[in-house]
Design a protein around this ligand. Structure first.
Ligand SMILES: [Ca+2]
Ligand SMILES: [Ca+2]
Length: 541
């Protein structure tokens, strides 16, 4: 008998009109010859899940605490909007099968064959025969169907990717999963997918040894941790991406109408949030913490230190068929990462591609640069840089480059300790000097001692208070149908760009930076009714 918890009640709303759908259970000491319909008769193997005659909307739950070795899990049956195919975790509570993961118990764990990170020469790092999964582009958990939810599983030691939505499938929800040690990406929505949610996942140690067709040394990898490729209308929300060699959260090759919000990205080697050749995307309310000179750093900065990247919006040559316009980067907090970047590659310029981004109300502390726009502004489309705080004593020069200023509307920014940079200082509404943030000593910050959002909050005597210019109606019309799937306290309001980091309305005289001084302290950016478990709290360490 299935024990109905409050969690299960949430899930049960999906189980209307689903007489045909069945719930199956899998446990390490199960029996594939049993019917799988209870804990007592649970199946044993991933192979059984991969090959049984599934009906639309069937659900499969693996026993929490169990692990399954060296077998790719492949989901090949559809759900529907009202009856998703859910693959998740269960446990026994007073003799009842209960959906979820009990406190202190590991999520059901699927383990591949890779034990990286790879430190040897290219091609020497893995026994390619018998690798699980079989190649760097394959997922340890692979979804080849629509309306599938993967929740509360752990995928680790993948010789390829972690969790993959394969090409041209749609409406996936991947949430509450842990993905650790992957040769390639942690979680990816592949080409042609759309209307997906990647939420509350914990991903770490991605890109430990794969690049374009070969398993290679980790120092040469670049795969992204969580990403979308030619994939639209997706939400990336509340994910924790940390201690990884690739990029953090990435939208590639024309991925459009995506929202990246409320994620925490800590100690990733390359760019924290990256997008190229995509339009109508919003990147907001994320916390990015760098790992200066640590293992997970890549770029050399003018101050002699190594940083990862910050937030970068590009038009690249390899996908030069797409513009990258109508993008918003707002209310993000960055510490010791790269800065805010945008630009076009030469071949894309030859194609006449356009690049448009609004960087609004971000706060950057001790970043490797403040903002750098390539010298290609004739291709810019509605570029605006306003209401941002840039501050960091580590950066004495070269922190800012905005030339020429044609087609770039720069105003009302706080330039911190940049005193004489003609590229940046002197625009309408600018302020300078110490922004007087809540936290004064940042030296102890590390990837294991993460500042809270409140640390970035300006004090009442800060020059940034009441110095911003109100931004209204600056957000494009976003073709997005996820409204019913957003459960946080920061609903997407497409006509209102004047909210602070905590999604409070800014007052009539708004402040620069992500957080208004007068905003109340709230401990989480997004409060998500995930089916089970993980809720990220952004003010805690
Ligand atoms: Ca179902
Ligand atoms: Ca104010």
């Amino acid at each position: 008998m299935k024990h109905i918890t409050c969690v299960a009640i949430i899930m049960s709303s999906f189980i209307v009109n689903t007489a045909m759908a069945t719930t199956y259970y899998v446990k390490p000491n199960g029996d594939d010859a049993a019917n799988g319909k209870s804990h007592a008769t649970a199946w044993k193997s991933i192979g059984q899940v991969n090959s049984f005659s599934a009906q639309t909307g069937d659900d499969v739950y693996f026993l929490a605490g169990g692990s399954w070795n060296k077998k790719q899990l492949s989901i090949n049956w559809n759900g529907t909007d009202s009856n998703r195919a859910i693959i998740g975790s269960y446990y026994m509570n007073n003799g009842n099968e209960t959906i979820g993961v009990p406190s202190g118990t590991n999520k059901p764990t699927i383990i591949g064959s890779y034990t990286g990170p790879c430190s040897g020469a290219a091609g020497s790092c893995i026994n390619t025969s018998g690798a699980v999964p079989s190649g760097g582009y394959a997922g340890l958990i692979q979804v080849n169907a629509n309306y599938v939810t993967i929740q509360n599983l752990r995928a680790q030691n993948s010789a390829g990717r972690g969790i993959v939505l394969n090409t041209n499938y749609h409406h996936a929800i991947f949430e509450g999963n842990e993905v650790y040690y992957t040769a390639g990406n942690s979680i990816i929505f592949n080409r042609g997918t759309s209307y997906n949610i990647m939420r509350n996942n914990d991903t770490s140690l991605c890109a430990i040894g794969w690049k374009q067709g070969d398993w290679i040394a980790v120092s040469k990898t670049w795969p992204t941790c969580n990403s979308a490729v030619e994939s639209h209308h997706n939400i990336f929300e509340g994910n924790y991406v940390h201690e990884s060699y690739g990029e953090g959260i990435v939208m590639l090759i024309g991925s459009s109408y995506n929202i990246v919000r409320g994620n925490k990205i800590v100690g990733v080697r390359s760019t924290n949030i990256y997008m190229d050749n995509g339009s109508n995307n919003i990147i907001e309310n994320n916390i990015l913490i760098g790992d200066r000179d640590g293992e997970y750093t890549y770029n050399n900065a003018p101050d002699g230190h190594k940083y990862g990247g910050g937030i970068d919006v590009k038009v690249e040559s390899y996908s030069k068929m797409y513009d990258s316009v109508n993008n918003i980067v707002r209310n993000n907090l960055l510490f010791r990462t790269g800065g805010l970047l945008m630009g076009l590659e030469p071949e894309a310029e030859l194609e006449g591609r356009k690049l448009g981004v609004k960087f609004l109300n971000n706060t950057l502390i001790e970043t490797a640069s403040y903002i750098k726009l390539n010298d290609d502004s004739q291709f810019y489309d509605s570029v605006e840089i306003a209401n941002n705080i840039f501050y960091g004593s580590l950066i004495a020069e070269n922190g800012c480059k905005i030339t020429p200023t044609q087609n770039v509307n720069v105003h009302h920014n706080h330039w911190g300790d940049l005193q004489n940079d003609a590229d940046c200082i002197g625009n309408s509404g600018d302020t300078t000097g110490n922004p007087k943030l809540s936290r004064t000593n940042w030296d102890s910050v590390s990837i294991t001692n993460i500042p809270s959002a409140d640390d970035f909050k300006p004090k009442s005597d800060s020059p940034v208070i009441n110095s911003a210019k109100a931004q209204t109606n600056s957000v494009f019309s976003l073709e997005f149908n996820h409204a019913n799937e957003l459960t946080g306290n920061c609903n997407i309001d497409l006509t209102e760009a004047s909210k602070d980091f905590f999604c409070n309305n800014r007052d009539a005289t708004p402040d620069m930076g992500a957080i208004d001084q007068n905003s109340i302290s709230i401990t989480s950016v997004v409060t998500i009714d995930a089916p089970v478990g993980l809720t990220l709290t952004f003010s805690s360490n």
